[in-house]
Design a protein around this ligand. Structure first.
Ligand SMILES: *Cc1c(COP(=O)(O)O)cnc(C)c1O
Length: 347
């Protein structure tokens, strides 16, 4: 029973079948195939706007290439202190941008606030300071929470006033989208987002993400930067095949709804136990709790897999995925209830 992450899973059958289907026959290399063009056309429909879509195979590359098109090497990129680009990408954004500075900001529930952003932006035109260039927000966040449309728009308003481009890290974009019943357009370009890292790997693909440029002027150098980053796959059709299947028949939305529903059940079940409380509200497919260490230890010893101490001692992270079974959630909750009683009795 593994709740470590949403990338512990395989790929969903629709995606695997599409790879097999598109294995037949020749296709021009390096994304010059008709399937890659069809995926871009489909994304234009999904997002209800013109855009440039560039598939890549990791989220780190997606974020780092995106940001490198949004800042000069002497630029400043504002993000939350828990942001994946800041703590989990081994300095790739700094490398790909040629040395731009990530400026981590505080904010509750892993979210940036317009006030914190406004207060942090400084030094425009001052030769001694990194030059304000971009803000990056994760939707859903690294804390399993969501920005509302109003919150995204408020951050974008500060960004526009301060001359910053807006990047969205959408490693869990589908989970965030289905959680708030809005359109992809409303959650991105209509709220001021210039570039989206559209994640698909965690939610049912094998290895597929796409850079989506709503501001097409930023995409001009992206083609060269993607090649230089080793992300222009010669057999790009296999990445595009995944994205095609992912977007067809609402597979991406179905997968995300399931993952979110399992996380909601897990979260409310755990938080009903004595001594357990939510660290952040569970708004997508990730559950963050404070949990008595004895209970955490007992659950891990019983064979359940999840992160202990994710946001410091006494905190845990459990993630549900597109294929997390309801039985596995029930099994964890039953065992947790049994162990919680024993832990209490021992105290
Ligand atoms: C998983 C994840 C990524 C992408 O990570 P890769 O391992 O490089 O694919 C990016 N941002 C967030 C918030 C993530 O959770």
């Amino acid at each position: 029973m593994n709740f470590a992450s949403d990338n512990i899973t395989g790929a969903c059958s629709e995606v695997l079948q599409a790879i097999v289907r598109h294995n037949e026959g020749p296709a021009l290399p390096y994304g010059d195939d008709p399937l890659t063009a069809a995926v871009e056309a489909r994304l234009k429909e999904v997002f209800e706007t013109d855009l440039v879509a560039l598939p890549v195979v990791t989220g780190t590359a997606c974020n780092a290439i995106a940001l490198s098109c949004m800042t000069p090497p002497y630029g400043a990129i504002y993000c939350h202190r828990d942001a994946h680009i800041h703590v989990d990408e081994c300095g790739a954004p700094e490398l790909f941008t040629g040395g731009a500075k990530l400026i981590p900001l505080e904010g509750g529930d892993a979210k940036l606030t317009p006030e914190a952003l406004e207060a942090a932006v400084m030094g425009a035109g001052v030769v001694h300071n990194p030059q304000p260039a971009a803000v990056s927000l994760s939707q859903g966040t690294e804390g399993g929470t969501l920005y509302s449309l109003e919150e995204i728009a408020a951050l974008s308003a500060v960004a526009r006033r301060q001359g910053l481009k807006v990047h969205m890290d959408g490693a869990r974009f589908a989970n965030a989208l289905v959680a708030q019943d809005c359109t992809p357009a409303e959650m991105t370009w209509q709220a001021g987002v210039d570039v989206l890292s559209f994640g698909a790997t965690k939610n049912g693909c094998l290895a597929a993400e796409a850079l989506l440029f709503f501001d097409k002027t930023l995409a001009v150098e992206a083609h060269f930067r993607r090649k230089r980053a080793g992300q222009l796959l010669s057999k790009m059709r296999f990445v595009s095949a995944q994205l095609e299947a992912y977007l067809e028949n609402e597979v991406w939305l179905r997968n995300a709804r399931h993952a979110n529903a399992m996380a909601a059940k897990l979260s409310s079940g755990l938080c009903a136990l004595p001594g357990v409380s939510a660290l952040h509200p569970t708004e997508i497919n990730e559950v963050f709790c404070r949990m008595p260490q004895a209970l955490t230890d007992a659950l891990l010893a019983a064979g359940f897999v999840f992160y202990d101490g994710y946001f410091g001692p006494g905190t845990v992270r459990l993630v549900c995925a597109w294929n997390t079974s309801e039985e596995s959630v029930d099994a964890l909750l039953d065992e947790a209830a049994r162990l919680a009683e024993r832990v209490q009795a021992a105290e």
